[in-house]
Write a protein that binds this ligand. Structure first.
Ligand code: S3P
Length: 424
């Protein structure tokens, strides 16, 4: 499907955005290996999280869905059954990397596969630590899906992660639930900690002391109720739009504001953006708030270091906003962008280039000259949901219509993105 985005002024109103993708995946996975029912409200029904549900159904878990309400009838740590066929993770890196930690410890074998994008994403980063724990994982070309996992008895490890990745950390933590002994993980920079929060809520024994995470196995996990907050990574498109579209004032309701995820708000504030976290409250151990944003005059910054993992998925749309800032914005330490659903340094620079603006690619990020005028044109999503939505935000400040081809990939994380945009 193609989508036409017209230039706009005055985005005004309140919106609710869909549930957090990371938390939705985890609620289904952890609910499946916990005893009893896990009732999830506000579940993200995007394609990625539906892939996670499909995988756990094939592993013998009964999961009921009524819209955004999901009930997982968990079977406990030793309750999964051998699937009759390969598990298909679709486009979801979170599904394949986290589930591998669980499947490595089962008493059966299985195969994990996904779409063309998944088969190009690095799996060495989980195969290495899981193998140290005793896992037996075969991969294509020494590190890509499909993965064949032969279930084994695992042992605890001490592991220093070479890259900050919540998916890798979570994969090891899930394996640690089944391993003999206490697993210790050191993160170079803090990444999102939804796994630690939710597993502990279900009864696990995971501690974090200054970036050293320890996990000691428990007999069982017990399911509970989860209210999934709105995804700040989805809110980010509306935060950026509210800042750069003239005469805008938007309130985004019920957004997860876990400090490991709020880098985008901190970055825009540092640029002089009028964006504020208001009405802060807490739900299931996760902080939740509303976010208010008004059109602002932005000034360039250098984005680097520990803020990068706190906003890794938001950098494509951050780059669009930086095009409107005064001065030159530099993004460093963000080489991880190259191994997302697409190489987001290359795809953003290529597609925005088609709209008449230049983003200079660097080895670990990009250089974005502010004050560039976005022209009308046709861009391609590269089947990457965040590239499509970032281009849509660019289209809002274009000098005419912007056509996005293969625009329906937004269904991965934000099925009604275009409708929400039109509602403002
Ligand atoms: C995620 C972690 C991040 C993020 C992804 C979701 C998660 O990936 O980009 O969209 O749910 O743990 P990395 O762990 O590769 O940084």
């Amino acid at each position: 499907m193609d989508k036409i985005i017209s230039a706009r002024t005055g985005l005004k109103g309140s919106i609710k955005i869909p549930g957090d993708k990371s938390i939705s995946h985890r609620a289904v996975m952890f609910g499946s290996i916990a005893k009893g029912d896990t009732n999830i409200k506000g579940f993200l029904t995007g394609d990625d999280c539906m892939s996670t549900i499909a995988c756990f159904r094939k592993l013998g878990i009964d999961i009921e869905t009524i819209g955004e309400n999901v009930t997982v009838h968990g079977k406990g740590l030793r309750g999964l059954k051998a699937p009759r066929e390969a598990l298909d993770v679709g486009n979801s890196g979170t599904t394949i990397r986290l589930i591998s930690g669980i499947l490595s410890a089962q008493d059966f074998d299985c195969v994990l596969n996904g779409d063309a994008s998944i088969r190009k994403r690095p799996m060495r980063r989980i195969i290495d630590p899981l193998s140290l724990m005793g896992a037996d994982i075969e991969s294509t070309n020494g590190g890509y899906a499909p993965l064949t996992i032969h279930g084994k008895k695992l042992n605890a490890i001490e592991y220093t992660m070479p890259v900050a990745s919540a998916q890798v950390k979570s994969s090891i933590l899930l394996a640690s639930l089944f391993a003999e002994g206490t697993t210790v993980i050191r993160e170079p920079v803090a990444s999102r900690d939804h796994t630690e929060i939710m597993l502990n809520y279900f009864g696990a024994n995971i501690k974090n002391s200054k970036g050293v995470i320890t996990s000691t196995p428990v007999e069982e996990l017990y399911g509970g109720d989860i209210e999934v907050p709105g995804d700040i990574s989805s809110a980010a498109f509306f935060i950026a739009a509210g800042l750069i579209v003239p005469n805008s004032h938007i309130i985004i309701e019920n957004v997860g504001v876990n400090p490991t995820r709020t880098g985008i708000v901190d970055a825009f504030k540092a640029m002089g953006g009028n964006v504020n976290i208001i009405n802060e409250r807490s739900s299931g151990g996760e902080p939740v708030a509303d976010i208010e944003v008004k059109t602002s005059h932005l000034r360039s910054i250098t984005l680097e270091g520990s803020i990068i993992p706190r906003m890794i998925d938001e950098i494509p749309v951050f780059a669009v906003a930086a095009l409107c800032a005064e001065g030159t914005t530099v993004v460093k330490d963000a080489e991880e962008l190259k191994v997302k659903e697409s190489n987001r340094i290359a795809t953003m620079s290529e597609e925005l280039g088609k709209l008449g603006v230049t983003i200079e690619e660097t080895d670990d990020g990009m250089i974005i000259k502010g004050g560039q005028r976005i022209k009308s044109g046709t861009v391609y999503s590269h089947l990457d949901h965040r590239v499509a939505m970032s281009c849509a935000v660019a289209g809002l400040i274009g000098d005419g219509d912007t056509r996005i081809t293969d625009a329906d990939c937004v269904g991965i994380s934000f099925p009604d993105f275009y409708e929400k945009l039109e509602s403002l």
